[in-house]
Design a protein around this ligand. Structure first.
Ligand code: GTP
Ligand code: MG
Length: 167
């Protein structure tokens, strides 16, 4: 059904900035003392894509290891899985690739898969050319954002919503 909410789930290592991105997008604020998420929380956002009103239901999951077993429950019926890493921390990109494998093996339908490199305001310590190539080969959308400055946050969600809508 066109008007049912579109479920988007943010997943990724702890501290990469998932909650910060969601707060920037929903409320246009940044909290430097953002606490680690417990379990998961969701937010809704109304958007207009080519004259059509759509509702996003955005799930912000916990990245800490102790919650790892819960994560599939959140992404299993999602329209889009947004896998977030921190461009300043290469380990979080390696983690993102492992998560992507999990998502692909646990989701039966074809979700819009997105890789999102956050903290673009800090020094970039990952190989962006390699990442772009990886995304192209695996049919992933790729965005660089900063929840701190707000750079590219709105635009990324808009593009994801457009892709969900055209799916
Ligand atoms: P979990 O809930 O544990 O999975 O973590 P998370 O991915 O939700 O990370 P969170 O949003 O809590 O952010 C972790 C820390 O990174 C906080 O201190 C944020 O202020 C900081 N942070 C988040 N986004 C950015 C960003 O774009 N730039 C910078 N410099 N810091 C950021
Ligand atoms: Mg969080």
């Amino acid at each position: 059904m066109h008007n049912s909410p579109k479920k988007i789930v943010l997943i990724g290592d702890s501290s990469v900035g998932k909650s910060s991105i969601v707060h920037r997008y929903i409320s246009d604020v940044f909290l430097s003392e953002q606490e680690p998420t417990i379990g998961a929380t969701f937010f809704t956002k109304d958007l207009k894509i080519s004259q059509e009103k759509i509702k996003l239901q955005i799930w912000d999951t916990a990245g800490q290891e102790r919650y790892a077993k819960l994560t599939p429950m959140y992404y299993r019926n999602a329209e889009s899985a947004l896998i977030v890493f921190d461009v300043n921390n290469p380990e979080t990109y390696e983690k993102a690739k492992l998560i992507l494998q999990d998502v692909i093996s646990n989701i039966e339908h074809n979700p819009v898969l997105v890789l999102l490199g956050n903290k673009n305001d800090l020094e970039i310590k990952v190989d962006l050319d390699e990442i772009k190539k990886f995304c192209k080969e695996n049919d992933l959308l790729f965005f660089l954002t900063s929840a701190l400055t707000g750079d590219n946050v709105d635009k990324s969600f808009y593009s994801i919503a457009e892709k969900i809508y055209s799916n």
